[in-house]
Ligand binder design. Sequence first.
Ligand SMILES: [Zn+2]
Length: 223
Amino acid sequence: MNILMFGPNGSGKGTQGSLIKGKYNLAHIESGGIFREHIGQGTELGKKAKEYIDRGDLVPDDVTIPMVLETLKDKGKDGWLLDGFPRNMVQAQKLWEALQEAGMKLDYVVEILLPRETAKNRIMGRRLCVNDPNHPNNIFIDAIKPNGDKCRVCGGDLKSRADDQDEGAINKRHDIYYDTTTGTLAAAYFYKDLAAKGQTKYIELNGEGSIDSIKQTLLNQLP
Ligand SMILES: [Zn+2]
């Protein structure tokens, strides 16, 4: 089974991916990892990508798409879950064409829906327990709200990551994600249209539920 996953930063997309991959034995492939591996292993495409990155330029689609395809073929023989790509409408179209040419099926496209303000709060509300990074705390999520200013699990001190408090960077990422004309949501809707024509299946999940309820809703809609 091959799955493409959409969701804004802060929607728990990565978490859902890692929760469901085991059941279907999918390779969980993240866009950042594709670049790191190709560059790390010094593949032809990786070398090309590195030239652009070193110059501070965006890697063009005619390098990125073949890189994604190679990784899907290599690692996703038994099925894959692709996360973080495509980021825009043009990439969505090119990826679809490339999959068709490779004879690879796209079984499901999953979109986690979350209002932009909520997504931003979820990122900015994250707190890390100094005793255990696996103690989830978030001042904007009732189910995991800290106990005063202490960890809700162990009472330890909490801190926040600088990245999570960088509102400018969060807004920049969300500007791209929530752009329904040419951005990431436009890419998602491209596949939604294909689903309406019966060429793939599209699953929408309400991202405001708990991690468990979202996972359950998703599993209920997969075979
Ligand atoms: Zn703790």
